[in-house]
Design a protein around this ligand. Structure first.
Ligand code: MP6
Length: 314
C-alpha cells in the first residue's frame, strides 16, 4: 500500500513540477526517469537522464510526507550535508550534483554508478580473485582516507554500499548513516550499522569513530576474498558475540598478507587498528598503504589504471 502511495505521490510530483517549469529552476520535468536502481528505507534511487545534456544520473527521491511522518527530515538533510561536505573531491565517492524539491518530494541528483552494487558481483561470482580484491581494497582505503580527512565517518560500510561505475571503479555510497564529526570530536553516539560489519565498540559503548569504518573495511576484504562473512552467528546476537570476542577464522588458502592485514584491522581497541592512528603513528593511513598486501598497488595511478577483470577467487 505504502509503495503504491509513494509511486502515486511521485507521479503527482512530476506532473506538478512539469507545471512549474516556468520559473526556470531545476525541476523533475527536466529529466526523463528510468528504472528504479535501489530502495533505501526512506527513499528510492532512480536512473534519470537530464534532457538538456543527455547526461545520465541517479536521482534519489525522498517523499516529504513520509520523512515528516517518520521524523526523518533531519536525517535526510544530514545526509545531504555529508554529501555536500564530501563534494566532488574524490573519484571513489558518489558525488551530489544538485538538489531540488517540489510539493511532495526532495530530489538528490547524484553520479550514476552504472555497474551497480559490489554485493551482487560477489554473490554472483562467489568471491573475488586476489587481484580484484586488492584493487578494490586499495580504492576503498583511498576513499576512506579522503572521507576521514574531512571528518566524515560512514558508519554503515558494506558491499551493498560499494557501487561500481562505468569503468568498474569503486563508488562509496549511501551516506544516510554518515556522520560529520563536529569540531574535531572523534566519536559519535547513536547506533547504526549492519550486524555483520559492526565494530565491537559500537556494541559495547554505542560509539562510532573513524576506526569503526576500518573494522568494516576488514570485514569487506575478508568477504571479497572468501565470499563469506568474517563474523556470522546463527542469530544477530551470536554474530555480535563473535565480534566482541574476536571469534573469526580464515578458510584454507586465504592469502597470508591479507590475513595479516585483516588481523591488524580486527583489533578490539579502535585506536590500535591499522589506519586509525595519527599521521606520524605506526598505524597511520600511510602505514596501512605500506602494508605488504598492497605492495603491488600503484597508488598514484589507482584511479586511472584499468580495473582488473572481475573474476572469482577462492
Ligand atoms: C545502496 C543504494 N543503491 C544504489 N544507490 C545509488 C546508485 C545505485 C545504482 C545501482 C545500479 C546501477 N546500475 N545497476 C544497478 C544499484 C544501486 C544503487 C547510483 O547509481 N548512484 C547513487 C546511489 C545512491 C546515492 C546515495 C545518496 C544515496 C540504495 C540501496 C540505498 C538505494
Amino acid at each position: 500500500q505504502q509503495t503504491k502511495e509513494r509511486s502515486k505521490s511521485r507521479k503527482r510530483s512530476r506532473e506538478a513540477s512539469r507545471a512549474r517549469s516556468a520559473n526556470g529552476r531545476l525541476g523533475a520535468q527536466e529529466f526523463t526517469f528510468g528504472d528504479t536502481l535501489g530502495e533505501g528505507s526512506y527513499s528510492t534511487v532512480m536512473r534519470a537522464r537530464y534532457i538538456r545534456t543527455g547526461q545520465e544520473y541517479a536521482i534519489k527521491i525522498l517523499d516529504k510526507n513520509h520523512l515528516i511522518r517518520k521524523d526523518k527530515m533531519l536525517v535526510a538533510l544530514a545526509e545531504k550535508n555529508v554529501l555536500v561536505k564530501l563534494g566532488a573531491g574524490h573519484p571513489g565517492i558518489i558525488h551530489l550534483h544538485w538538489t531540488f524539491q517540489d510539493e511532495w518530494s526532495l530530489f538528490f541528483v547524484l553520479d550514476l554508478a552504472s555497474n551497480g552494487e559490489m554485493q551482487s558481483r560477489i554473490s554472483r561470482l562467489g568471491s573475488l580473485s586476489l587481484t580484484s580484491s586488492r584493487y578494490y581494497a586499495a580504492q576503498i582505503v583511498d576513499a576512506l582516507e579522503y572521507m576521514h580527512g574531512k571528518d566524515v565517518i560512514h558508519r554503515d560500510l558494506k558491499p551493498e554500499n560499494l557501487l561500481l561505475d562505468d569503468q568498474f571503479r569503486i563508488k562509496i555510497t549511501d551516506f544516510g548513516t554518515g556522520k560529520i564529526l563536529e569540531n574535531g570530536a572523534d566519536r559519535a553516539k547513536t547506533f547504526v550499522g549492519t550486524a555483520q560489519y559492526v565494530a565491537p565498540e559500537l556494541l559495547e559503548s554505542n560509539e562510532t569513530s573513524k576506526s569503526s569504518d576500518l573494522w568494516a573495511f576488514g570485514c569487506i576484504i575478508y568477504q571479497m576474498i572468501s565470499g563469506r562473512f568474517a563474523f556470522q552467528g546463527l542469530s544477530e546476537y551470536l554474530t555480535w558475540q563473535k565480534i566482541k570476542s574476536l571469534d573469526f577464522t580464515f578458510p584454507d588458502g586465504f592469502d597470508e598478507d591479507a590475513k595479516d592485514l585483516i588481523r591488524r584491522l580486527f583489533v578490539h581497541d579502535p585506536t590500535q587498528r591499522l589506519g586509525a592512528g595519527s599521521p606520524d603513528s605506526a598505524h597511520s593511513y600511510a602505514a596501512l598503504r605500506a602494508h605488504p598486501f598492497f605492495a603491488s598497488v600503484s597508488w598514484e595511478t589507482l584511479w586511472t589504471d584499468p580495473a582488473p577483470l572481475l573474476e572469482a577467487g577462492l
